[in-house]
Write a protein of this length. Structure first.
Length: 100
């Protein structure tokens, strides 16, 4: 499957992430994790805001091979949502993740 456009991060509700200020401003995120968790590997809990001012983040890579949307380590969802992970507000997770 050839992908010309990566799925956008349509929503991020994790206020403690440096890339989230009125939306995710990382150039691209990585979805990682283990044991059924689809963590945002780009999550950085610092007080300093980061990222690019005029960018809507995209999914650069996904290592959750058991996700319905994972095709050759690329996300095939039209967009994803990021929110608090299972550990609470100090983590971020892909809420679009769906196990096969």
């Amino acid at each position: 499957m050839a992908t010309l456009e990566m799925p956008a991060v349509s929503e991020c509700t994790v206020a403690g992430c440096s890339y989230n200020h009125d939306g995710c401003h990382a150039f691209a995120i990585t979805v990682s994790g283990g044991d059924g968790s689809a963590d945002c590997g780009t999550f950085i809990p610092l007080g300093t805001k980061g990222g690019l001012d005029k960018v809507v983040a995209q999914v650069g890579a996904c290592s959750r091979t058991e996700c319905t949307f994972n095709a050759d380590l690329e996300c095939s969802a039209s967009s994803i949502r990021v929110g608090a992970g299972a550990s609470g507000a100090d983590t971020a997770a892909c809420l679009t993740y769906t196990a096969r």
